[in-house]
Design a protein around this ligand. Structure first.
Ligand code: HSE
Length: 437
């Protein structure tokens, strides 16, 4: 039996989950791998708070640099979060030739290319399974299981906090802010939670998936991003009535000569598998040209699920260290060895849900339909009920596929009409005609 020394930087929610997992299942892991992972040191600014784990004496310190330099530490686990100190500490470890395991998607999405270059130069690696999909081993499935495939599309529900909020708003009719507070208490949310609800956390994960899929460091600017802030209960109820649910989706599609990327709230059919992914669960639907459709599902956030993914990386890094494997080629696909062309947001073809508030007068609906027709937008269905509060008529339109630029033009014109009584609401609709999703 060989031992491997672990230094943990950051003893917050995920750090505590990793240590708890290693203490609980260390023997099991050692039995399976022949390598015993020993936590040698843990660094955190807070060395007083009780995390509910009994630790050996002198293991906790405030000095992260000393943990990295400690001769007994073979693998550095970065769980500090953020992109400033975390980047310095990651670079320090890599310069010493020590592999870094991280759950930090923001760090890799913003600085992945340079960190990978540094890891390569020092013949070591960065391992980041926990950065995408929490406890779901989706990156491992992608880079190993699907290595023989051209990835045609990826649809992801990648943020546990948003999915938890959307699920409870729909089921219980609760206001956004109350559910967000619960998600924070459960340890799902980022600090600050704006990263979750504005879609940025999902975009970080989307660019990591796209980078892995297409072998290039995909920049955040390539991923138009919006979140669920300000989402109205009215739209959740309308979607429900029409047989849909609203989900925050990461969308990655390969087109001839370009890649389409976005993060946005979208209506998905309740009957589709993706529509059944609720609470803090995440799911990734990946289609390869050889394998066809695949799906990965599990807890996307939280202390132990994320800890599980970190532990899997610790053991992969441990095997690489003990076998002197150096820079793990399978993981370092974020290096810029290919440049990609991204589909312009204007050219994206999509279906949409529109909620309009029209004046209660003859010809109002006709004016809207004319504008949609002039912008080549074909209407799939229209719902208008007899209830007309304050002389205004709520109208819900589902469209067929049209260009984003045409939707933008149509909405701008509709907004300027005198019969338009409130800012139109528009959301993408993904109908997943392919029943496997
Ligand atoms: N804040 C993230 C989420 C944590 O809610 O999914 C996992 O990345």
């Amino acid at each position: 039996m060989r031992e491997i020394g672990i230094g943990v930087l950051g003893f917050g929610t995920v750090g505590a989950g990793v240590v708890e997992g290693l203490f609980k299942n260390g023997d099991l892991i050692a039995g399976r791998s022949g390598i015993f992972p020993v936590v040698k040191k843990i660094a955190d600014l807070d060395v007083q708070s009780d995390r509910g784990i009994s630790l050996p004496a002198d293991i906790l310190t405030t000095d992260a640099a000393a943990v990295i330099a400690d001769e007994e530490v073979d693998i550095v686990v970065e769980l500090v979060g953020g992109t400033a100190i975390a980047k310095d500490l990651t670079e320090l470890a890599l310069r010493l030739g020590k592999p870094v395991v991280t759950a930090n998607k923001a760090l890799l999405a913003d600085h992945g290319a340079e960190l990978y270059a540094l890891a390569d130069e020092r013949d070591t690696g960065i391992y980041y399974e926990a950065a995408v999909g929490g406890g779901i081993p989706v990156l491992r499935a992608q880079r190993e299981g699907l290595i023989g495939n051209q990835i045609e599309s990826i649809f992801g529900i990648l943020n546990g906090t948003c999915n938890y909020i959307l699920t409870r708003m729909e089921r219980e009719g609760l206001p956004f802010d109350d559910v967000l507070a619960d998600a924070q208490a459960l340890g799902y949310a980022e600090t600050p939670p704006d990263l979750d609800i504005d879609g940025i956390d999902t975009a970080h994960k989307a660019v990591l998936l796209a980078s892995m899929a297409y072998g290039a460091a995909v920049p955040m600017e390539a991923c138009p991003t919006s979140g669920i802030r300000g989402l109205s209960k009215v739209d959740i109820a309308n979607a429900d009535e029409l047989g849909y649910r609203i989900k925050l989706l990461a969308i990655i599609k390969r087109h001839a000569g370009s890649v389409e990327l976005s993060v946005e709230a979208a209506l998905v059919p309740k009957a589709a598998m993706i529509g059944s992914v609720n609470d803090s669960f995440n799911a990734v639907f990946m289609k390869g040209d050889i394998v066809d459709d695949t799906m990965y599902y599990g807890r996307g956030a939280g202390r132990l699920p994320t800890g599980s993914a970190v532990i899997s990386d610790i053991m992969e890094a441990a095997a690489d260290v003990l076998h002197e494997a150096g820079s793990p080629i399978g993981i370092t696909m974020m290096r810029e060895h290919a440049s990609l062309t991204y589909l312009s947001a204007d050219e994206v073809q999509k279906r949409c849900y529109l909620r309009l508030t029209l004046a209660d007068e003859p010809g109002a609906m006709a004016q809207v339909m004319n504008v949609l027709g002039e912008h080549s937008i074909n209407v799939a269905s229209v719902i208008q009920k007899e209830l007309h509060p304050n002389g205004a008529v709520p109208v819900v339109v589902l469209t067929e596929q049209a260009r984003e630029a045409d939707f933008c033009g149509a909405i701008e014109t509709i907004s300027s009409l005198a019969i338009c009584k409130a800012e139109p609401i528009r959301m993408r609709l993904e109908d997943f005609e392919d029943e496997s999703r």
